[in-house]
Ligand binder design. Sequence first.
Ligand SMILES: Nc1nc2c(ncn2[C@@H]2O[C@H](COP(=O)(O)OP(=O)(O)OP(=O)(O)O)[C@@H](O)[C@H]2O)c(=O)[nH]1
Ligand SMILES: [Mg+2]
Length: 369
Amino acid sequence: MNSQPSPILLLGVGGAGTAMVRGILRSYGPGIRALAIDTDAQSGGTGDMLFLLLGGNRLAGRGTGGQPASARAAFQDTPSVLDSALEGVRTVVIVTALGGGTGGGATGEILKHLHTLGIATLVFATMPFSFEGAERSRTARASIGSIEQHADVSVFLPLDELVAGANTDNMRDALARGIDTMSLGVTLLWRVLEKPGYIRFDPERLRTILSGCGRAQFATATAMGPNRAEDILASLSESPLLKQDANSAHVRTLLVGVLAGDDLLLSEVGTVASGLSAAFGLGATLELGTVNDEATFSGRLTVVVLIFNESATATKKTMPGTVRHVARDRAGERALARTDRFRHSDATMWNDEDLDIPTFIRRQLTLDR
Ligand SMILES: Nc1nc2c(ncn2[C@@H]2O[C@H](COP(=O)(O)OP(=O)(O)OP(=O)(O)O)[C@@H](O)[C@H]2O)c(=O)[nH]1
Ligand SMILES: [Mg+2]
């Protein structure tokens, strides 16, 4: 472990948000700087994780009973409640579930406070299952505005789509699976940020990307076998999570994490990177990170993708020195030809080099460990 505390903090808000952090800590193992906050003292559990109780005097540790206004007031009572946990923190990733009072009400207030401290924020928030009813759905939708307003980047994940295809009829199972799926996705993102790989992507890079982006979309996919890269492209292209407001004209950056064991092929990285660019990020900047972890990913290829849209308020700027064209290679094209998302575009040729092919492939660079 590093002697320096990480500059990136994972923060769970509310009951389900706390359960998500607990799940992430369990699957990642030691090394995550994490904390949860809730108005319900029971969420703190057995002291197995860092936990802060919100609204002690006002709510006496009993939760808000579905009232976002109570959670907002509780945070406004003591906005400095988090500050002692923020030493050296430059970016906070919040996980929460909308539909109840604490996640829905406190998250926007927390974001506002973090913004005043100059801390960048990325929020993953689930939207209730349709079976939870109209009232929860309405409460959740009402919370979106303040989260979007105060977060640098927010990702809203409908639980119906997060567990699509899981084929469970049992309500408790479905809720648990929603938390698990979300925890798994964020765990993968954490590995890309913190674990070594062939191509490094670090928290500071994430912080830079977050500025000027608005909403984002997030999905993961895993495959095995000789066509695993193509299978992953097909699965992500069909993902319901990446279908909502997909408008590649507004995609600013694609963050692609490739996690694998020692058998990762350079061509697989190229296929995934170029295929995802072609499918989702016409003209977007591609940020790639790899994780090499034989113990966890032996024989498997897992991809985590975050699609960052241009902020509604940001004006579109072309970064100097950035080639803003689709990166693609033949394998990526072939894999995507199966999907309806892929749009062919003319190659960008310069000095007999096809600039649409990532530099490390075009120049046959070796990726050192
Ligand atoms: N209660 C509960 N909610 C879950 C679970 N898994 C996912 N959720 C989702 O989380 C949303 C918010 O519920 P909670 O996290 O319990 O609410 P909270 O933020 O703690 O807010 P209050 O308890 O009302 O103060 C629900 O609408 C569900 O969509 C679960 O296992 N239990
Ligand atoms: Mg609660």
